[in-house]
Design a protein around this ligand. Structure first.
Ligand SMILES: [Zn+2]
Ligand SMILES: [Zn+2]
Length: 681
């Protein structure tokens, strides 16, 4: 057959000569499409004459050397097909899509090509570097190099300039196939040991796929965009250390990171988001606003709440405890350290051991610092026989736990070794599942609303039904509880994403991720079934039938932890908490010492009314005091001088709105009362 059939996404079928390329088809469709096309997706169709021929259009079967875990872009051929170069000859009947910047997956190809452009530029300037790998990542790309001297910021500037030069030359990205021995010889001559290693390990076919960009030649499966001219909006960001193949002990490499988007506007927006994230970094704000610290003397990952952070925490916890009681939870407290034996019963001493601090010996008995609150709550449940009349039992605790995390991954308040979960465990009967789940979700939404978040993503994680042996609980347990989670979300009209195979081994769960002020998602609430612990601890209740039954158990945390949620709040508000949460709600600023008496009176009135007020009686100029209060992000500044003292007023200045003019003190107090009581955001 000299012709093949190409089925387009709209169903139209084109008959074209064997070996026609996607670029040619794009050109036939419209010059505009040809200009915008970046890469193509082909899916072989079983022809009428039998099996699909081996697809030389596809990537060679060697594993992509660039396939870092975050960069799996062209998975093997499945029903969806695979990505190929526009210039690749098509040699069989296929379904074909021509991808342009409108297609989300094309951006990864562009970024991968940008990584090649980076390597090409580095080779021009530093011909002796040794090359590692260079995959696309979420917002751009990187490439790993070995070079005796570190790359400096000036080097990055030069490299970026060279990249722009090479991009402007619109150099084609050409694919070449060569026999494996020839490929090895090429890299050996060039003294590129890492590349030799990759070819040795990953090239499983006699022919090896290469891409060239000018002088740069890379062992790479591709695909790539046709030429460098399309790489326009990029910026080299940083250099970081990386080990060859990500393994400690392997040679150290220098990883150059770049950001890359289709348009300058997208790149600018990304850079702006990065700036914003830096401005909002809770570690910096925590120090500037004197909220918390981590003390090297005490150890990494352990949080010290300073007085102002402590005040915010008190307000957060007060709200939570009141809500817990209002919603039918019981508040409990459990020990921080318990016999290791208990953690053997729960199974944590086995499957969770790597996350636990080591045991402590006391009177020849091993004790374990708690990594979780569940066993403690279970012991309270088990402390006496329960009747169905008592269920559901909802035990809540602001429970402090300790978990081992490698020091390298610790991060401010977000990744720590000691933290307080807003934890609760619900023990209920099967017929109570749905209403309990609904109540948990309702509570989670109340948290988001109260603390000022209105965007969220909900995920429902199910088991992998093909591997039931990896899970606790029966197929019936899983079907019933996943069904309950699903129907509850549906009944509450909450859109959710189903995550097959993402559940923990002990039960399905719902996760709520909130989206913060600059669009970043944060994992927050989790509501999780447990088919494991009730059995391990032999939990029971006496049913209406007089027989003993095993209750269902649900773990749930709304904030996740107080520390983490506090970190999220700091970043969400950039430190400028709404007035009901702010550690200092109003700062009183006397114009001069002459008005100290009246300033004291105003401060006392605020404190008497239950507000968190502070008097700035330093001998400083008013402007300096305003600037400092502004820096501390205090919501209200009350300026008092002669006029105010005489009229019984305060001149109000709001943190973001500026000067609001004079107000009678009583009126200001009642307005503030209203804002605080309504928890206005
Ligand atoms: Zn590559
Ligand atoms: Zn738990």
């Amino acid at each position: 057959m000299d012709t093949i059939h190409i089925t387009m996404p709209d169903g139209a079928v084109r008959e074209v000569p064997l070996g026609t390329t996607a670029a040619e088809i794009a050109q036939q469709i419209s010059p505009r499409l040809a200009k915008e096309a970046l890469v193509a997706r082909v899916a072989p169709i079983q022809g009428p004459f039998g099996a699909a021929a081996s697809a030389s259009t596809g990537g060679a079967p060697e594993k992509s050397p660039d396939a870092a875990p975050e960069a799996r872009m062209n998975s093997a051929a499945n029903g969806e097909g695979f990505l190929v170069d526009l210039r690749a000859p098509i040699d069989q009947d296929v379904r074909l899509s021509i991808l342009t910047p409108k297609d989300p997956e094309a951006i990864q190809v562009l970024r991968h090509s940008a990584a090649h452009l980076l390597a090409a530029a580095v080779l021009e300037l530093f011909p002796n570097v040794k090359l590692g790998i260079g995959p696309p990542i979420d917002t751009g790309f990187f490439y790993d190099f070995v070079r005796a001297e570190p790359f400096t910021p000036e080097d990055l500037e030069r490299i970026e300039k060279k990249m722009r030069e090479l991009a402007a030359q619109d150099i084609p990205n050409e694919r070449k196939m060569m026999p494996k021995p020839e490929a090895l010889e090429l890299y050996r001559k060039w003294d590129q040991g890492f590349k030799c290693e990759l070819v040795e390990e990953r090239a499983i076919e006699p022919m090896v796929s290469f891409y060239t960009t000018g002088k740069f030649i890379d062992f790479c499966r591709g695909p790539h965009i046709p030429s460098t001219g399309r790489i326009r909006a990029f910026k080299l960001m940083s250099v970081a250390g990386a080990y060859w193949k990500g393994q400690e002990g392997n040679p150290q490499m220098q990883r150059i990171y770049g950001a890359c988007f289709y348009t300058q506007q997208e790149l600018d927006e990304y850079l702006h988001r990065l700036e914003e994230a830096k401005r909002r970094d809770h570690r910096r704000l925590g120090q500037e606003l004197d909220l918390f610290s981590v003390q090297e003397e005490a150890g990494p990952g352990l949080i010290f709440w300073h007085p102002k952070g402590g005040l915010v925490r008190k307000v957060m916890e007060d709200w939570l405890r009141d809500e817990l009681l209002r919603r039918g939870y019981d508040l409990v407290y459990t020990p921080h350290i318990m016999r290791l034996e208990l953690w053997k019963t729960s199974g944590h001493a086995n499957f969770y051991r790597e996350n636990m601090f080591g045991p402590v010996e006391v009177e020849k008995d091993d004790y374990q610092l708690k990594p979780m609150n569940c066993p403690g709550h279970i012991l309270i449940y088990k402390s006496r026989l329960r009747s169905y009349r008592e269920l559901p039992v909802r035990l809540a605790e602001l429970g402090t736990v300790y978990r081992y995390e490698r020091s390298g991954v610790l991060h401010g308040l977000l990744r720590v070794r000691g933290f307080t979960q807003d934890d609760a465990h619900i023990f209920c009967m099967p017929e109570q599942i749905e209403s309990e789940i609904e109540a948990c979700i309702d509570f989670a939404f109340a948290v988001m609303k109260t603390f000022g978040f209105n965007q969220y993503v909900v995920e429902l994680s199910d088991w992998d039904a093909k591997h039931p042996q990896n899970y606790a609980g029966s197929a019936e347990d899983w079907a019933r509880s996943t069904g309950a989670l699903e129907s509850t979300l549906t009944r509450m009209s909450i859109p959710f994403k189903r995550m097959e195979g993402e559940a923990a081994f002990y039960g399905p769960k719902i996760d709520v991720k909130l989206i913060d002020a600059i669009g970043r998602p944060w994992q927050l609430t989790t509501v999780q079934f447990d088919f494991n612990l009730p059995g391990r601890f032999g939990l029971e209740y006496v049913g209406e039938d007089g027989n003993r039954h095993q209750p269902l158990m649900v773990h749930r945390a709304l904030w996740g932890s107080v520390e983490r949620f506090f970190g999220i709040l700091i970043e969400h508000y950039a430190g400028a908490f709404p007035v009901w949460l702010a550690p200092v709600q109003a700062e009183v600023l006397p114009l001069s010492e002459k008005f100290a008496e009246y300033a004291k009176k105003v401060t006392a009135a605020l404190k008497d009314a239950g507000f968190r007020a502070h008097l700035d009686d330093r001998n400083e100029k008013l402007q300096a005091k305003i600037r400092d209060a502004q820096m501390l992000k205090i919501p209200y500044m009350l300026i008092v001088g002669g006029k105010e003292a005489e009229a019984g007023t305060v001149s109000v200045r709001q943190q973001s709105k500026g000067d609001l003019g004079p107000r009678p003190l009583a009126e200001f107090l009642s307005d503030l009362r209203q804002l605080v009581d309504s928890r206005a955001i």
